[in-house]
Design a protein around this ligand. Structure first.
Ligand SMILES: [Fe+2]
Ligand SMILES: [Fe+2]
Length: 315
């Protein structure tokens, strides 16, 4: 990786930001700022990209051609979002070919949830309602608070498209939850996917290591605040369709309370949480994340296959 020259010290960046000025590139940044920005962008780019093979796996379960086409159009958006984030990394001097095609599957930085394959239409639409909502919450926060101007500009388009994705999921859930059989399948998907999305937002604030993301105002809300924002949309939505979720609003504090052990052990093959086993430590969760989930190899290799064939054909 060739790092582009940064010009400022951390103190100079902080006073630039305190004056309300944006960062347009490394010339307005310090090394620490650029490193924190790269880490944030890699997570975002990987998440967008891995959603493509994940959603593609579920697309054949679409009930009709028009729904199938809607999922394909969502996938096209996600690849576009990934391209935007990798392009910004390239502008920061990162070798993005190496990043996309050279890493091992376990080195990808997307949330663990995407390593668990979506295998039915119910799981596909709950992914749109939950995962795309999580993406929307995270990126809206970046859009509102980031000091990195190129990202802020790019997110105008991304946010609109994420709204389309999550509405696609919500519309389908609203429609299918009127039918008892279809509703039972949605509830089964919600039972494993709700808690997995809670995990998506990462360690609780009291355990989170300092990453520079908040210091340099690359994002605004903390992990716990983002988790609350996600629940404040998702819990009332599910309740309005009589779908049970393990969380409720505490009217006294105005915050959402998780009603199950959290974090918890997860059997990714069976897609089941170990409610009987109760709460585990975040160290144990991070070990599961590090080992990655059942579809990790397959999805990353799927993304890398064409490039590997091209390189192989040229040699
Ligand atoms: Fe996206
Ligand atoms: Fe999306």
């Amino acid at each position: 990786m060739t790092a582009l020259p940064t010009r400022l010290s951390n103190d100079e960046v902080m006073s630039r930001l305190a004056a309300g000025k944006f960062v347009e590139g490394p010339q307005h940044a310090s090394e620490d700022y650029v490193e924190a920005l790269k880490r944030t962008l890699i997570v975002s780019a990987d998440t967008e990209l891995i959603s493509a093979p994940s959603y593609l796996g579920a697309a054949p379960s679409a009930p009709d051609t028009s729904s199938y086409m809607s999922v394909l159009s969502i996938i096209q958006d996600e690849v576009g979002h990934a391209h935007i984030a990798y392009r910004m990394l390239r502008d920061l001097g990162v070798d993005t070919d190496e990043l996309v095609y050279g890493r091992q599957p376990h080195e990808y930085k997307h949330p663990y949830a995407f390593d668990v394959p979506l295998e039915s239409w119910s799981e596909m639409i709950v992914a749109n309602a939950f995962y795309d909502r999580a993406g929307f919450v995270l990126l809206s926060d970046v859009f509102t608070h980031t000091t990195y101007a190129p990202w802020k500009r790019a997110l105008v388009k991304v946010d609109r498209e994420e709204t389309f994705h999550l509405r696609h999921g919500e519309r389908w859930i609203a429609k299918l939850s009127k039918d008892p059989d279809a509703k039972r399948k949605i509830q089964d998907a919600v039972d494993w996917m709700f808690i997995l999305t809670l995990e998506w937002f990462g360690l609780p604030d009291e355990l989170k290591r300092h990453t520079g993301q908040n210091t340099f105002k690359l994002k605004g809300q903390t992990n716990d605040e983002l988790r609350q924002t996600w629940m404040s949309a998702t819990v009332p939505f599910c309740e309005s369709h009589d779908i049970e979720v393990p969380a409720h609003l505490d009217s006294e504090t105005g915050t959402y309370v998780i009603d199950c052990a959290f974090p918890m052990a997860f059997d990714a093959e069976a897609k089941e949480w170990d409610h009987a086993g109760g709460q585990i430590s975040w160290d144990q969760v991070m070990e599961r994340w590090r080992n990655r989930g059942p579809a990790n190899q397959r999805f990353v290799r799927q993304l890398q296959r064409g490039h590997a064939q091209l390189v192989g054909a040229g040699s």
